[in-house]
Write a protein that binds this ligand. Structure first.
Ligand code: DSN
Length: 437
């Protein structure tokens, strides 16, 4: 007799297996519909984006660039992608944009393919200090077989130690100086790093995955004007589109732009998920209209949420800098490597609040860290503001500081969320702001 796996077993009929998939997807949808999605790398997509990602485009191919295709049948899609390239250049103020990449990591692999050869050097933030796995030997950096040197980290300021980073770049003379993290509270002082990198002939690559919407909204930093040659990013975090990636550059050089395009195709993508590209284009159009207001509201909410958590008695990182200048807030829940961050995340999930445990400075084990990384971009998207941020901080305190039964707190979570069932900062069918979920 085979072992039961949740709602299905290997002996289930194929129809029952398919039904189990539908049920599990509905369960996941209910969790987020009734609860609070606070994972800093996630977001929800607008109704128009939802519609287009379920369109016929999901099954189609379009290798190449608009007007230069390897398949027939691309005329309609050429219109979409051409418009998307122009919108991305305008939204991100970038001379070059490729919108085909299927994720932020795929954008990173392509950028590293364009900028370096196996055996070349690269400098980056370590994963322990918040660098993304694709910046590490276990990820894209290893895949390209690059020699990694990591920047010293300033724990007080929660950013690379700038003098130390410049010194490192001047001493190892990498081909790529990579900047950006997945734990990203503050803009990186980029100009000095870019000066050091360019002095030794390195290109500056800025991974803006988490903060892309904040950059485009003009509320974080402007990497392409501060010295970054290439900016990569996800299309589904603070930039609120469907899952996917962007590859952007400040370069006007057609030869360099061609290198970036060919790194995407044929470099790392054949099929590039046309339905998601079309979704990105709609999200870009929506961002042109509403993005600045959305980005400003995210920052206001993150800062208010952080100070509300501190007022409740939580240990919130980076107090001396006002806690955060992004969508993220970091909290510490016990001693280094205590695993208290993991426990906190699990208790919060029982209360319908979805977060992720995270390593903080000093932690050495990814599965038993002391911290939580919290993002407010999704709560902002459903219209929550400063007063709701105070309410949410209080819900955290009830679960994590006052030992209340998470199942009881969940009732308050559900009630709060029931008043926020409209996705904002996007078009709806009547071209009005706001649309029922
Ligand atoms: N691992 C994701 C994050 O949560 O930051 C990004 O890929």
């Amino acid at each position: 007799m085979s072992k039961q796996r949740g709602a299905w077993s290997p002996d289930s009929s194929t129809l029952n297996k398919a039904q189990a998939v539908m049920n599990a997807a509905a369960e996941s949808g209910n969790l987020y519909r009734n609860g609070l999605g606070m994972i800093a790398s996630e977001n929800i997509v607008s109704p128009m984006v939802q519609k287009i990602v379920a369109s016929d485009l999901h099954g189609r191919y379009a290798e190449g660039l608009p007007g230069k295709r390897y398949y027939q049948g691309c005329e309609g899609f050429d219109t979409i992608e051409s418009m998307g390239i122009e919108l991305a250049r305008s939204v991100f103020n970038a001379p070059f944009a490729n919108i085909q990449s299927t994720s932020g990591t795929v954008s990173n692999i392509a950028a590293l393919k364009a900028l370096a050869k196996p055996g070349d050097g690269i400098t980056a933030v370590s994963t322990a200090d918040g660098g993304h796995i694709s910046h590490a030997r276990m990820g894209a950096v290893g895949l390209r077989d690059l020699n990694l040197s990591t920047y010293p980290w300033n724990e007080e300021r929660m950013e690379p130690d700038i003098d130390g980073a410049c010194e490192l770049i001047r001493s190892v003379e990498p081909k790529v100086a990579l900047i950006g993290q997945s734990v990203f509270l503050f803009p990186t002082p980029l100009k000095e790093i870019a000066d050091a990198a360019h002095e030794v002939g390195a290109k500056v690559m800025y991974d803006g995955a988490h903060v892309l919407g904040l950059i485009a909204g003009g509320v974080f930093q402007d990497p392409l004007r501060e010295g970054a040659d290439v900016m990569t990013g996800s299309s589904h975090k603070t930039f609120p589109g469907p899952q996917g990636g962007f590859l952007l550059s400040s370069s006007e050089d057609p030869a360099f732009q061609k290198r970036l395009n060919t790194a995407i195709f044929p470099g790392v993508c054949s099929s590039y998920h046309l339905h998601h590209v079309a979704g990105k284009v709609i999200a870009l159009a929506e961002f042109e209209e509403y993005g600045q207001a959305y980005a400003e509201d995210i920052i206001q909410n993150a800062q208010h949420f952080a100070s509300s958590l501190a007022a409740e008695g939580f240990d919130v990182l980076a107090e001396s800098r006002g806690y955060t200048a992004s969508h993220q807030v970091l909290t510490r829940h016990g001693g280094t490597d205590s695993g208290a961050g993991a426990k906190a995340a699990s208790l919060l999930e029982d209360a319908g609040i979805v977060t992720n445990m995270n390593m903080l400075p000093g932690d050495s084990k990814a599965l038993t860290p002391s911290g939580l990384r919290l993002g407010v971009q999704e709560l902002t998207r459903v219209g929550m503001g400063p007063s709701e941020m105070e309410e949410v901080a209080n819900l955290y305190a009830r679960v994590l500081l006052h030992g209340e039964d998470p199942k009881i707190v969940k009732e308050s979570v559900n009630e709060l969320k029931s008043n926020h069932q409209v996705i904002r900062y996007c078009f709806n069918d009547d071209k009005l702001n706001g649309y029922p979920l």
